[in-house]
Design a protein around this ligand. Structure first.
Ligand code: NDP
Ligand code: MG
Length: 386
């Protein structure tokens, strides 16, 4: 019988966080929640803490500390607040695994600290690898820490690579739904509103990643994520449009064979794969029949419509802090777009401006990434006149 795995869940109130708790709920003999971390949704966090008997909770935004503390007054759950407290639980000896489902740059330091303290990491926070994939993977190898991807494309690739020899891999093929605006002409994009871009055809996700999916910034980030996670040269990472979101990604081998992983567009599968690896969930979250999907189609990306994908490859080519700049500028621009403070095309405009004007560090430390992130955000704000 396996011993119970103690889990710290960062971002428990988000889309991935809630689905992670669904898996934990299904396997009470396998997992125990040690700490839960959220940013603002303190009521939901308090309910989760009660249900799962968390030893500690952290609310990132310190303004909600008093309410959260009061809501958990009659429990033994320790209540903490602020980013130092998030870092504290990320490296706490009380857990074996950190599930990082934070959104944005905020996920980087907790991942680095969890690696430093030797924990297994189930990683949804792709920004960690986009910003600092080189450094993070080197540290993970040095510490002998496993980083298990939750992102569905990377989970698919990991499943396809299982049991294969590295030398036999020719290309990784990442599939892309095309996002909410895939049927819209390039000329119409200038008038896109947040409401339009938030209507993702297949996946139900947090707001930021849904916008990133529509611009293909998300796909660009996934190329960068794959480059570091699987130590693969960028020119061997391809992207194809696959509107049905049934093939979650593929690996092409030297003999011409292609392996793919298929299934419903449901994040419970990659989450359970990461948590239970090398075992698998004993039953699916929802039934899926391939017979309901008689048509699977694949096509090339229109780079004129989606310049962000090319920019991500450019960042890999430049290396150093380039992808950190792309990420920082994107975070500011997406938040501005969601707040109706800039237009849709300004998102990629802000990324371009930041990349063209930011300083560059070729071999950054974590402190260099922090500085680069701040600079990128300032540049984006300047471009957007915020
Ligand atoms: P959500 O926006 O739904 O959730 C984000 C979580 O992080 C919430 O718990 C939020 O807290 C918390 N949070 C946000 N900002 C901060 C901060 N500054 N400090 C601490 N906590 C913070 O995001 P998703 O679940 O959609 O995405 C999480 C990550 O997973 C992202 O990196 C995304 O790219 C990746 N991912 C998501 C997929 C999906 O299907 N959703 C698929 C593949 C990858 P609160 O809500 O309380 O404010
Ligand atoms: Mg994905």
């Amino acid at each position: 019988m396996k011993s119970i795995e103690r889990i710290t869940l960062l971002g428990s109130t988000g889309s991935i966080g809630v689905q992670t708790l669904d898996i934990v709920r299904r396997y009470p003999d396998r997992f125990r929640i040690t700490s839960l971390v959220a940013h603002s949704r303190w009521q939901q966090l308090a309910e989760q803490a009660r249900e799962f008997g968390a030893e500690s909770v952290v609310i990132g935004d310190t303004r909600y500390y008093d309410e959260l503390k009061e809501a958990l007054r009659d429990t033994s759950t320790e209540v903490l607040a602020g980013s130092d407290a998030i870092n504290h639980v990320a490296k706490s000896y009380r857990s074996d695994t950190v599930v990082n489902a934070l959104v944005g740059y905020a996920g980087l330091h907790p991942t680095a600290l969890a690696i430093e303290s030797g924990k297994r990491i189930a990683l949804a926070n792709k920004e960690t690898l986009v910003v600092a994939g080189d450094l993070i993977m080197k540290e993970a190898r040095r510490k002998g820490v496993d980083i298990l991807p939750i992102d569905s494309e990377h989970s698919a690739i990991m499943q396809c690579l299982d049991g294969e020899r590295r030398e036999a891999v020719r290309n990784l093929i990442i599939t892309c739904s095309g996002g909410a605006l895939r049927d819209m002409a390039r000329e119409e994009l200038a008038n896109v509103t947040p409401e339009m871009a938030l209507r993702h055809p297949q996946w139900s996700m947090g707001a930021k990643i849904t916008i990133d999916s529509s611009t293909l910034v998300n796909k660009g980030f996934e190329v960068i994520e794959a480059r570091w996670l699987f130590d693969m040269a960028p020119e061997r990472i391809k992207v194809v449009i696959h509107p049905q979101s049934i093939v979650h990604s593929m690996v092409e081998f030297t003999d011409g064979a292609i392996k793919a992983q298929l299934g419903s567009a449901d994040m419970h599968t990659p989450i359970s794969y990461a948590l239970l690896y090398p075992e698998r969930a004993t039953e699916p979250q929802e039934d899926f029949s391939i017979l309901n999907h008689p048509t699977l189609s694949f096509s090339e990306v229109d780079h004129a419509k989606y310049p962000a994908l090319g920019i991500a490859y450019e960042c890999l080519e430049r290396g150093g802090t380039a992808a950190c700049v792309m990420n920082g500028a994107n975070e500011v621009a997406v938040a501005a777009f969601l707040g109706h403070k800039c237009g849709y095309l300004d998102i990629v405009g802000a990324i371009r401006y930041a990349l063209d004007n930011a300083s560059f560090v070729a071999h950054p430390t974590l402190a260099d990434y922090d500085a680069s992130n701040i600079e990128a955000r300032e540049l984006a704000r300047r471009y957007l006149k915020l």
